[in-house]
Design a protein around this ligand. Sequence first.
Ligand SMILES: Cc1cc2nc3c(=O)[nH]c(=O)nc-3n(C[C@H](O)[C@H](O)[C@H](O)COP(=O)(O)O)c2cc1C
Length: 154
Amino acid sequence: MQNPIRSLVYVSRSIQRMSLDDLNKLLIQARASNQATGISGVLLHHDGLFLQLMEGEPEAIELLFKKILMDRRHEAVLILVDSLRDRPRMFPDWKMGFYHFSSIEHLVGPGLIENAAHDMDKVTQLVDPDDPVTLLMATIWKANRQHFDRTPRA
Ligand SMILES: Cc1cc2nc3c(=O)[nH]c(=O)nc-3n(C[C@H](O)[C@H](O)[C@H](O)COP(=O)(O)O)c2cc1C
């Protein structure tokens, strides 16, 4: 393998209810840090549950995931897929994309939206039957996409 990418997908639940302000702070910090460490991915949030895909250099993912495991804002972290392979990134343009349950959509400010030209729907075009990361993300998205939105409302 020339440039193996480590892709890690986990679910967790927040310990206390996180406000949009809390989520915004988390994302601003996460994106700045991910920019520096070359990590991309997406974070889904629904009703206190998180699902995150992170992808990048194996060492960078190792360091970030150690921090995430110790983060007191969430618990019950469960890894769904952890893969190391020579593959294109699923979200090269998102330092950490974010989607949330649409019922709070009207409250969301532009700060939570990243790179609006790219859309989570493209995961369905990235499916490689031999790659569990692409299968998992596409399946989750197809089953739940109607609940999520990242479009801000006036
Ligand atoms: C659900 C969730 C997702 C997170 N995602 C990221 C992330 O993608 N990148 C990141 O740097 N920190 C992320 N964090 C925050 C890290 O756990 C940690 O607080 C942060 O990296 C600060 O580390 P530092 O104290 O070493 O600067 C996330 C935290 C939670 C609860």
